[in-house]
Ligand binder design. Structure first.
Ligand SMILES: [Zn+2]
Length: 57
């Protein structure tokens, strides 16, 4: 299997609109990203390079 493609994507924080370019594996459904500006935890929406805010229960 050769599915280790790397995505270079610009993450835009949905909370504060802070932008950051990040490299991540496409297989990133377990990947969490913390916004360095407002510290909101973000998680990639599966199958896309779109990040959504994570609210912990
Ligand atoms: Zn933010």
């Amino acid at each position: 299997m050769n599915k280790t493609a790397i995505l270079q994507s610009v993450i835009i924080c949905p909370n504060c609109r802070h932008q950051k370019e990040e490299t991540m594996p496409t297989d990133a459904c377990q990947f969490f990203y913390e916004c360095e500006n407002c510290k909101t935890r973000l998680k990639p929406k599966q199958g896309t390079a779109v990040f959504i805010a994570v609210t912990e229960q």
